[in-house]
Structure formats: structure tokens, C-alpha cells
Design a protein around this ligand. Structure first.
Ligand code: DAH
Length: 378
């Protein structure tokens, strides 16, 4: 900005300058003013344009002012000196600004390339890797155990018909065991061919498998199941089972108990004993409940510090799951000849087994997705 005191806004006469030496001084002052201004600025494009306009700008640049105010009105004797000095100053300014412009270009390139540069010596970004949910891990443990003795995996629909969930498993409508398996029914349009429900167990896959395959059948069925249960420490409206089914022409009760015992020892460790108690399921006959010796007190019923073991309540045994020899009535639903085939089935509650094995006392933690819980099972 030209100021009031700016000599370039006045004529030489007004400045009372009339000898060559004084003119040279005047130009030297302008030159050093320019040099100082330029030195104080960072070399970048904006500063370059500012300086160029201020000094070389056609309308109000310093050199234009000097031409107008000093040169044009200079006396004939001084004019050549003013003209020559003006040329030198112009030359100096143009040269310096060009150097400044090149420096500005270089720094902007450096900034851009620094921004793009990849520093391979920097530590990498550590991304946390997820892991399988404990329930899935337990599924896999169980699958591996049964794979090792010749079973394979089949999976089936979570939305089932009452026929597969109940009738074909020898549970007719109005049979009292349906009370334990109250479930969710799907709203269907009027006239739908069959009601649909969320399966209450993985057992319907016994039927679906036998409909498709002829014996020998050896399958396990991991999956989600649903019941109209209110959530508490041991109940959830959705949980998990692994169903098992083995049918052939010569399967005995010994094969059945031997298989279950093998599984229990593989899963809980060789020290665990098994026992069975009579039970009832409509689709097995005879039916049993398998118990394992309590893994917390070693089957003694006494806690480590004395007193009753809280896990088995002093019994020394913990109920594990239901099982049995396939009821011949079931074969009737799948066109197997009940006189020729025999087999066994079991239904393992995965959440319950996982809770026992890993000492978890609330089933709800499986479904709350709290990473503080999940991280304990990497
Ligand atoms: N489906 C039964 C339930 O959910 C469990 C069960 C018991 C399955 C005995 C079986 C079995 O295959 O033989 O309560």
C-alpha cells in the first residue's frame, strides 16, 4: 500500500531532488525496501503474486509510480539517470521475483510429495481380528469329535412345519409333551397349506434326513432352536442344539452308550464318568438322560474348600442331555422297515454344555455381545 510518505508518489521536484547522487540514493532505498519485503515472505504462489502486483503491477505497482512521478517529470539532464536507474531496478526486481517463483514451485512440489510419501519404517496399523463366538467354537469341538467316529453334518430349516417338528416325531397334536415346547408361530395368510413355526429342537432333521437317505445313517445336526421361554440365567427364547442320529441294521444299545461315553470323555476329559437314567421322549424307546460326573468336584459332591458342591448340589452328577433308541413308530413316518433297522438318537444342548465346560453361570452373556466376555474366548 502506498503511504503518504511514500516518495514514489511524489515528483522529484516535490522531493527537492536535483542531483544524480541523490537519485541513485533514492533508487537504492527502493531496492532495499523491495529486498526486505521479499526476504520476509515464504516462497509460495500467493506471496509471489502479491509481490509481483505490488512492484510490477501496471496500474499501481511501484515501478509504474516511479515512471509516472519521477521519470516523466524529470528535467532533461536528470531523465537519463532516472531512466537508467529505473531499468536497473526493474531488472533486479524481475530477476529476484523469478528466483522467488521457482522456489515457490519447488516447495509446493515438496509439500505434495511429502504428503504422498509412504514411510515404510512406520509401525503398521494394527487391526483387531475377530474370533469365533464361544458357541461356534463348541459346535466345532463337538463336530470334530463326531467326525472322528464317522458322523457327518447336516443342517436344516429353523422355520418348520408342525409335521416335522412334532407329528413325525411321534408327538401328535394335544400330546402333553408339546407343553414343554411352546414356540413361535409365523403369521401366514389365510388358506396357507400348513402352519409354520420356529423349530423347538433339531430333532425334525432326523425325519428330513431319513426321508432322503437309506441306512446306514450317521449324522449330527448343529443349529439354532426356539422356545417361548422368558430369559433368565438358564433360559433363552433362542438357543442351540446338536442332534445326533445313527440308524443301521445292527445298532445295539451298547453301540449307543459306547458312542455317548466316547463323546463325553472327549469333550470333558477322560476322567469324567457317565451314567444314564430312564427318561421319556416320544421319539425314543427306551429313552434316557445322560449324566456326567461333576467336573467341578470330581464327582465327590463336596466343594474344594469343604461343604456341598454348588454345581451338582452334592449329587456328584450333572445332567448332560437326553437320548435314546429310536422309537420304531418314527420309522413308520419315513418308510423305514422297523423290523430291519435300529438306531439311536441324542439331543445335546450346546449352551448348557458350554456353560458347564467353561464355568459360565448365565446363558444371557452368550447373546449380549459384550466384548469383555467374548475376548475371554479368543
Ligand atoms: N429334542 C429333545 C429336546 O429338545 C432332545 C432329545 C432327546 C433329542 C432325546 C433326541 C433324543 O434325539 O433322542 O428336548
Amino acid at each position: 500500500m502506498p503511504s503518504i510518505d511514500n516518495p514514489t508518489e511524489k515528483t522529484l521536484a516535490a522531493l527537492a531532488i536535483n542531483d544524480p547522487l541523490a537519485i541513485e540514493d533514492l533508487f537504492a532505498m527502493e531496492k532495499s525496501r523491495f529486498d526486505k519485503q521479499l526476504a520476509a515472505k515464504n516462497p509460495d504462489e500467493v506471496n509471489y503474486t502479491l509481490m509481483k502486483n505490488a512492484w510490477l503491477g501496471r496500474k499501481a505497482g511501484v515501478l509504474t509510480l516511479i515512471t509516472e512521478n519521477w521519470l516523466k517529470s524529470a528535467s532533461p539532464t536528470l531523465k537519463p539517470i532516472v531512466g537508467q536507474s529505473l531499468n536497473q531496478l526493474k531488472h533486479h526486481i524481475e530477476g529476484s521475483l523469478e528466483i522467488f517463483r521457482i522456489a515457490a514451485e519447488k516447495t509446493s512440489e515438496e509439500i505434495a510429495s511429502a504428503r504422498e510419501r509412504v514411510d515404510l519404517s512406520l509401525p503398521g496399523v494394527i487391526r483387531t481380528i475377530g474370533s469365533h463366538h464361544l458357541i461356534r467354537q463348541v459346535f466345532q469341538e463337538i463336530e470334530d469329535i463326531f467326525f472322528s467316529i464317522g458322523f457327518s453334518v447336516v443342517e436344516g430349516p429353523e422355520i418348520e412345519t408342525p409335521y416335522y417338528n412334532f407329528e413325525a416325531l411321534n408327538i401328535p397334536e394335544f400330546h402333553p409333551v408339546r407343553d414343554d415346547m411352546d414356540t413361535f408361530y409365523i403369521d401366514l395368510p389365510k388358506g396357507a397349506p400348513t402352519p409354520l413355526l420356529l423349530r423347538t429342537h433339531t430333532s425334525p432333521m432326523q425325519i428330513r434326513t431319513m426321508e432322503k437317505r437309506q441306512p446306514p445313517v450317521r449324522v449330527i445336526v448343529p443349529g439354532k432352536i426356539y422356545r417361548r421361554d422368558n430369559p433368565d440365567a438358564t433360559h433363552s427364547f433362542m438357543f442351540h442344539q446338536v442332534e445326533g442320529l445313527a440308524v443301521d441294521t445292527d445298532i445295539t444299545f451298547c453301540d449307543f452308550t459306547g458312542t455317548i461315553e466316547y463323546f463325553v470323555k472327549q469333550f470333558f476329559g477322560p476322567g469324567v464318568k457317565t451314567r444314564l437314567r430312564p427318561s421319556y421322549f416320544p421319539f425314543t424307546e427306551p429313552s434316557v438322560e445322560f449324566d456326567g460326573s461333576c467336573i467341578f468336584c470330581g464327582g465327590s459332591g463336596t466343594a474344594a474348600g469343604g461343604g456341598t458342591c454348588s454345581k451338582c448340589k452334592g449329587a456328584g452328577w450333572i445332567e448332560l442331555f437326553g437320548a435314546g433308541m429310536v422309537d420304531p413308530a418314527v420309522y413308520g413316518f419315513v418308510n423305514y422297515d422297523a423290523k430291519k433297522v435300529s438306531g439311536f438318537a441324542f439331543g445335546i444342548g450346546i449352551d448348557r454344555l458350554a456353560m458347564l465346560k467353561y464355568g459360565i453361570d448365565d446363558i444371557q452373556v452368550f447373546f449380549q455381545n459384550d466384548v469383555r466376555f467374548l475376548r475371554q474366548f479368543p
